[in-house]
Write a protein that binds this ligand. Sequence first.
Ligand SMILES: CC(C)(COP(=O)(O)OP(=O)(O)OC[C@H]1O[C@@H](n2cnc3c(N)ncnc32)[C@H](O)[C@@H]1OP(=O)(O)O)[C@@H](O)C(=O)NCCC(=O)NCCS
Length: 173
Amino acid sequence: MVDYVCEKPSDLAAIEDMLDKAFGPGRFAKTAYRLREAVAPVSRLSLVAWEDGVMRGSLRFWPIEIGDDNVAALLLGPLAVDPAHRGRGIAIGMMEIALARAAEDGHRIVVLVGDEPYYARLGFSAAMARRLRMPGPVDQARLLARELAPGALQDVAGLIHQPLRTPEFSAAG
Ligand SMILES: CC(C)(COP(=O)(O)OP(=O)(O)OC[C@H]1O[C@@H](n2cnc3c(N)ncnc32)[C@H](O)[C@@H]1OP(=O)(O)O)[C@@H](O)C(=O)NCCC(=O)NCCS
């Protein structure tokens, strides 16, 4: 049975190892990492999947803001599952739990960079993100967004940036 629990500081080495294996050492050059630098993940939403005492997957979320109005949102990712355990629903399982919790906690918008055919099943689309921009090179077709509160993205546009204020929901530390 796979257990989905919040990541702990003692999980960090195993998470980094899993991400290195999934994305390679070049992962830090990705534009999304500019939004993560020196910012703590949202601990209530950042999950690890455990089975038989072994980490099978990791999902993290980061606080971001959008546009000149600094609209609060979440950046989903990175998301990775042990190659030997892919196709078992572990990634979907982590995302369903985290997204439901995010909505309960009052988060309204989630943004990510990824394949639309995969994330569409969780309600993400490039159309929802069409007025958003990442702070660096990203294929706009892979910039996806989802509203957790209906209408949350209405009138929201502009550059995605690091949070200017202390994130209300980030309980890291
Ligand atoms: C993407 C990843 C996290 C999925 O993990 P997983 O636990 O195997 O995913 P799930 O079991 O929940 O879902 C698997 C389903 O998604 C599909 N899928 C996986 N990647 C996909 C993609 N890029 N595009 C479309 N469908 C995809 C699988 O074909 C499978 O479909 P099925 O349910 O119809 O059989 C995993 O493949 C991984 O770690 N990849 C390397 C890192 C990565 O690319 N992360 C995402 C970056 S945006």
